[in-house]
Design a protein around this ligand. Structure first.
Ligand code: ATP
Length: 229
């Protein structure tokens, strides 16, 4: 087995006296899409925040291509190649689409305009004028410009109309086909597990189950708890 692109061991996240994540371990191989699913409050966002340096892990290691980034500042983690598409998208509404793309630190956004023609059409508009789905594409494009080795996605379908959810997942499927390594946090477990090579189910800050996306989709407990079956 080659070294994982992302290898998380014994990760603990605390907010003061509250422990939200109780020592979880998981990995993502290069080229793999891994889904982290779980109910509200299971610790999905806390896990991503610890990976991307928004909160400092209380314990554990976060190895990206062998290098431990646990506790490193957020900008160093991005520079190392662990790049998050944030929940809620964090688009700067009054800046143009183009200016938002350049916030990645890139000086040339041509590749993203080729990949997402809708962004090219809208490049001079204030980002706040875009639909929710277009803003999500913009956030993904901005993250890609930072040249991720592993792309972290926090609830990319949150708050989107069903049609836009489908089109965001189509973009993720395309990224997967082009070899992008992704860790996807989603409440839309059905779509996440259909896309993912493997998944982990987070329950109250612990990993309950793990398996291939296909196996988890067929698990009766997963179906009951997360697929509305
Ligand atoms: P959601 O999908 O609702 O974001 P989640 O699975 O991402 O849920 P987290 O947001 O990581 O879960 O929350 C995990 C636990 O940590 C919850 O019990 C939550 O109340 C707690 N928590 C999260 N952020 C904080 C904070 N800043 N201070 C204190 N407790 C927090």
């Amino acid at each position: 087995m080659p070294e994982p692109a992302l290898d998380v061991r014994d990760l603990v996240v605390r907010y003061g006296a509250i422990e939200a994540v109780h020592g979880i371990s998981f990995d993502v191989q290069a080229g793999e899409v891994v889904a982290l699913i779980g109910a509200n409050g299971a610790g999905k966002t806390s896990t991503l925040a610890a990976l991307s340096g928004l909160v400092r892990p209380a314990r554990g290691t976060v190895r990206l291509l062998g290098r431990d980034l646990a506790g490193a500042p957020a900008h160093a983690i991005v520079r190392a190649g662990l790049v998050q598409v944030p929940e809620g998208r964090e688009i700067l509404a009054r800046m143009s689409v183009h200016e938002n793309l350049l916030l990645s630190g890139a000086t040339d956004a041509t590749a993203m305009y080729e990949r997402f023609p809708i962004l090219a059409e809208r490049r001079a508009l204030p980002a706040g004028n875009l639909s929710g789905g277009e803003q999500q594409l913009l956030a993904i494009a901005r993250a890609l410009l930072a040249k991720p080795r592993v792309l972290l996605l926090d609830e990319p379908s949150l708050g989107l109309a069903p049609k836009m959810v489908a089109s965001v997942f189509e973009v993720l499927a395309e990224l997967k086909r082009s070899g992008t390594t992704m860790l996807l946090v989603e409440q839309n477990a059905l779509r996440a597990l259909r896309l993912a090579d493997r998944g982990y189910v987070l329950e109250l800050g612990r990993i309950g189950l793990t398996g291939t996306g296909a196996a988890l989709l067929q698990d009766a407990g997963v179906a009951r708890a997360y697929l509305g079956a």
